[in-house]
Ligand binder design. Structure first.
Ligand SMILES: Cc1cc2nc3c(=O)[nH]c(=O)nc-3n(C[C@H](O)[C@H](O)[C@H](O)COP(=O)(O)O)c2cc1C
Length: 1011
């Protein structure tokens, strides 16, 4: 429907404006009449189906609409995803529609898209909610995604067999009969994949496929792509309006195949079933943390005689190097060697030394058990003779299972679908490997997510079949998070191929050329393609010149421009030996070594879809350690937060243990007056430390190079800020401004900058839920009000003078007049000007904040404790946001004298250094700290709110702890520091192992830095 049609439809169908969400195409979004539609209806959430190549105008439009509505761009195209992450258009969220979903979808699987989005976000400073759409049909899958940070999941059809869904009995029966292979993708050749109902015999599907073929040519024209999309849209019928007949073109996702299990498990009553489903997801999310160490103490690894449950999948022409297998074993994994197209003699030549090199350590051989493998029987005989610990059977045929088992060989069956999986289990197999569509090399039709859920479902229905059986998942696993997701999806072990190609040993042992590895590391996300659709031997490789030519040839054939014989001959010419060229850099026929340019041109670089997400080469040991115990951030998405009651809300799950976003920042110090200036000056290694300027005071009166002389300081340097703050800028009445301390003025200035930078003043966060927490140390207000204090103590001063020199009454009056002259007298404004807490009050008055407001004092920890207090209030549901921090009072001679007296200030040793070298915390030559002026403030708020309003998120605070030393006022002790560190991890979804950087409070004192 276009925007006008949606408008009319909503006006008739929903005159009361109850519809809060609509999904429209990107083209409809560009139609200006959408504005009226949104205004006239109650629509708040706009779901927008994006296609590849959306223009910058589209992003701009989305950006404008996002200011008023919650926009959910639905993305399947990887380049579009990259540009959304780069310029999030202020939207705050993206919906990833993987190839398992219904209708027009991504060429990538849901998990591959998710991994790509996570990788892109990690590399950027952006924070976006990721919602997942496609193929999630079990609580395990939902929990795997939510606990690793997905903000929500869109379910299409898993609930369709519950009672609120209005379908007739026949439809119910048809739905209940769906299997994971009841849908197929069409449109792949034209690069507009569309998932439709097809049990292999759908006439409507075949017609559309034929139409696609007719549009194919070596080059794909945009108009042909559009024609295909239009044709599909014009003929498609919604599944719930269909009867799943052969003549209906029905967009349908894989998820529908799980509808029967869903109803069976959770009941037919929609509401209860959904609730029970959600409750199970919640339980699994809570339990996810306990699985963090699952790869460190794996029963399957023990059983297989390896350290980790990590299996290096067999890879033709790559894994037949015994030294690579040995290195894999040294690193704690299980190597599998592909026998590929080797006859017995080649097996002897290449692998004759294998057993000796492995020296009793376990390894596996991999055989393609199809009749098409001309060496199948010879290879089976070779296997029986050499008796490896394990054999991986690829290719579907289950017949060799029994004989291999009888030889005492552990058999791992690579199951492409549930029917063959059952056959293998019935044949006695104890290990099944499921390798998803995202894998490198030859691929099946199901994604890793679908296969994993298929196994979980079957396990639940037929537990006896899986007795003592172990499940291995493969396809798209390449880092800690994807490995962990696999474990939450039920994997007892994980198998990888592509990721191992990016290890140092792969090249060092000669298994792979350095070029192959470089091509992987340099490849972009979404850089792989599937070739071989037309021959039925589908292979995933990187899109290189050779593969582009193969795809063009296939399109030519599909369009009928080549007869089958010519096509097959051309294909053979193009593909024969191309993997070997890439792997070994040698022409297999002639034995000639080829240069890199030729290899790039002629080689076929088979890799999984994760190739574009791998950006570094590491050792096998490091890679295994990262997979097993690397940093992993887990989320608890189900705990309600008070923020969910505030303002307009998106329908996303809130991050439970909610992180706190920093959305505004301001800073002033001796090297800059904004975060940008300070950062640039820091990078340029600038120091703001100078001698005490004579414009401040005559420091000669106070300076004595000898340490600890009463009324003197041994320090001559400080970091001073010259900064005039105007009254009008702060909007403060003259009488208040006159008595305001410099600290309060600076705090107000900083607050103004941080608040504006965060945009929180334009938000709809209720003002009573915004707090002001000022960090200000007691007594420092004296700086500006010194005169008032001197004036107040004039009689004490006179008494002292009288004791020293007798004064006549006239002289006394003259001295008193002189002392009081020009010094401020107390009035109704001086108290407010002087108190440490009034900065918070002035800020509240100025901006209308009505949440708690107060000042915090905790010496050097003052601002951190202010943040700590604000966080406690957010966690306790008292507030949603706060402005925190403050400006310090200007330095005075008193500061110098006091800090010198406690032995903390620079100049302790009496040695002289240049001012900019004075401050050197943690240096062996450290000589005390240098005082500085300035301050900083931040705006913090619940991450969900920040995201929802599209605020800039500079960083997030995940947790905070505090403690105090009970054995002294200024000393610190490791015992109490540990208490603080421990308490900061309490309740956090990660532990100390996830910490990459530790920032310390370096005082530059002998004692402080040592502790
Ligand atoms: C270059 C290459 C060659 C492969 N050759 C075989 C093979 O001969 N037999 C097989 O069963 N699997 C083969 N695979 C699949 C791997 O064993 C492994 O299961 C797969 O790569 C896992 O997916 P990933 O690449 O996403 O990690 C191959 C994979 C690659 C990348």
């Amino acid at each position: 429907m276009d925007a006008e049609a949606i408008h009319l439809f909503l006006q008739t169908a929903d005159p009361a404006g109850h519809v809060g969400d609509i999904k429209i195409s990107a083209a409809a979004l560009m139609n200006p009449s959408v504005d009226r539609l949104l205004k006239d209806t109650g629509v708040r959430n706009l779901w927008v189906e994006c296609r590849s190549g959306e223009s910058s105008d589209f992003l701009q439009r989305l950006r404008i609409l996002s200011e008023a509505y919650c926009c959910f761009p639905i993305i399947g195209d990887v380049p579009l995803l990259a540009s959304m992450v780069k310029d999030d258009a202020g939207i705050g969220r993206i919906v990833l529609k993987g190839c398992e979903a219904a209708g027009f979808v991504s060429g990538e699987t849901t998990l591959a898209l998710y991994a790509a989005a996570k990788e892109m976000l990690r590399a950027s400073t952006k924070s976006l909610d990721i919602l997942i759409w496609g193929g999630v049909a079990t609580p395990e899958a939902a929990a795997a995604l939510l606990s690793t940070g997905a903000a929500g999941i869109v379910f299409e059809s898993v609930h369709w067999l519950t009672d609120l869904v209005e379908i007739d009995e026949r439809q119910r029966e048809q739905l209940a009969r769906l299997r994971t292979d009841s849908t197929s993708l069409v449109g792949l050749e034209l690069q507009v994949p569309c998932r439709l109902f097809n049990k292999g015999n759908s006439v409507a599907f075949k017609k559309l496929q034929a139409f696609e073929d007719s549009l194919c040519a070596a080059e794909i024209a945009d108009e042909n792509r559009r024609a295909f999309v239009n044709q599909a849209q014009a003929t498609a019928i919604h599944p719930l309006d269909s009867h799943f007949t052969q003549n209906e073109l029905i967009p349908l996702g894989v998820e529908a195949a799980f509808a029967a299990s869903f109803a069976e498990r959770y009941g037919n009553a929609t509401e209860q079933a959904v609730k029970a489903f959600m409750a199970e997801i919640r339980e699994l999310c809570i339990a996810a943390g306990t699985k963090k160490d699952c790869f460190l103490n794996s029963p399957l690894a023990r059983e297989m005689g390896i350290k980790y449950p990590f299996i290096q999948g067999a890879m033709s022409w790559i894994t037949d190097v015994p030294e690579f297998a040995s290195a894999m074993s040294d690193a704690g994994g299980l190597p599998a060697i592909a026998l590929g197209q080797m006859d017995a003699e080649t097996c002897d030549r290449k692998l004759g030394r294998l057993a000796e090199v492995m020296g009793g350590r376990p390894y596996a051989l991999n055989i393609v058990a199809l009749a098409e493998n001309p060496y199948r029987d010879a290879q089976l005989a070779w296997i029986k003779k050499h008796r490896p610990r394990f054999v991986w059977i690829a290719g579907g045929d289950v017949s060799p299972i029994k004989e291999l088992l009888q030889c005492g060989i552990g058999v791992v069956y690579i199951a492409p679908d549930d029917a063959l999986l059952k056959l293998a289990l019935n044949a006695g197999v104890r290990y099944v490997a499921c390798e998803g569509y995202e894998a490198g090399g030859h691929v099946g039709q199901h994604s890793t997510l679908t296969l994993a859920q298929m196994v979980l479902d079957l396990k639940r229905r037929q537990p006896a079949l899986f007795k003592d059986c172990r499940v291995i998942l493969a396809g798209g696993i390449y880092n800690r998070e994807t490995a962990f997701i696999a474990s939450l999806l039920g994997a007892d072990a994980i198998q990888m191929g592509t990721a191992y190609l990016a290890t140092r040993e792969a090249v060092e042992t000669g298994a792979l050329t350095a070029l192959y590895q470089r091509v992987i590391v340099e490849s972009p996300p979404g850089g792989t393609v599937i070739s071989g659709q037309s021959t039925g031997l589908r292979v995933r490789s990187l899109r290189t010149p050779r593969i582009a030519a193969v795809l063009a040839l296939e399109r030519e054939f599909a369009a009928g421009h080549q007869d089958e014989q010519t096509f097959r001959k051309n294909m053979e010419v193009m593909t024969a030996g191309s993997l070997f060229v890439a792997v070994k850099g040698v022409d297999r026929r002639t034995g000639q070594t080829l240069d890199e340019e030729t290899c790039r041109e002629r080689g076929q670089f088979m890799t999984g879809s994760c190739a574009g997400l791998i950006s570094k080469v590491q050792t096998l040991a490091d890679f295994h350690r990262e997979l097993a115990e690397g940093p992993l951030v887990l989320h608890q998405p189900f705990v309600e937060t008070p923020s969910s009651k505030v303002g307009r809300r998106a329908v996303v799950h809130k991050d439970s243990y909610e992180r706190i976003a920093i959305t505004g920042m301001s800073v002033v110090n001796a090297i800059g007056k904004s975060p940008e200036e300070v950062w640039a000056a820091s990078l340029a290694m600038k120091s703001g430390v100078s001698l005490v300027p004579s414009s401040r005071w005559n420091h000669d009166l106070f300076y004595d190079p000898r340490p600890r002389i009463t009324d003197k300081t041994s320090c001559r340097v400080g970091a001073f800020v010259d900064f005039d703050i105007s009254r009008t800028e702060l909007g403060i009445p003259p009488q208040d401004f006159r008595t305001m301390t410099a600290a309060t003025k600076l705090t107000m200035w900083l607050a103004q900058k941080a608040l504006h930078a965060s945009g929180i003043l334009d938000s709809n966060i209720p003002r009573e839920r915004i707090a002001v927490l000022i960090s200000q140390n007691s007594g420092e207000a004296a700086g500006t009000l010194t005169g008032m204090i001197i004036r107040a103590y004039v009689q004490d001063i006179l008494t002292s003078i009288r004791r020293a020199i007798p004064l006549t009454p006239e002289q006394e009056s003259a001295v008193e007049r002189e002392i009081k002259s020009g010094r401020m007298a107390p009035d109704d404004t001086t108290l407010l000007g002087r108190l440490n807490c009034t900065a918070a009050g002035f800020i509240c008055n100025r901006y209308g904040f009505r949440g708690p407001s107060y000042s915090v004092s905790a010496a050097c920890a003052t601002s951190l404790v202010a943040i700590y207090s604000a966080i406690q209030m957010i966690r306790n549901g008292i507030i949603d946001a706060a402005i925190v921090g403050g400006g310090e009072e200007n330095l005075t001679p008193l500061h110098f004298m006091e800090f010198s007296a406690v032995g903390a200030l620079y100049g302790l040793s009496g040695r002289s250094r240049l001012p900019h070298e004075a401050s050197c915390p943690f240096d062996a030559e450290r000589d005390g700290m240098v005082l500085g002026e300035g301050g900083g403030m931040i705006v913090i708020e619940r991450e969900s709110l920040a995201k929802e309003r599209g605020a800039p998120i500079h960083a997030v605070i995940t947790s905070m702890g505090a403690s105090n030393n009970n054995l002294g006022m200024v000393e610190s002790s490791s015992v109490t520091q540990e208490i603080a560190i421990r308490s900061s991890f309490r309740g956090a979804p990660y532990g100390p192992e996830a910490v990459d950087l530790v920032e310390c409070h370096g005082t530059s004192t002998r004692q402080g830095d040592g502790e």
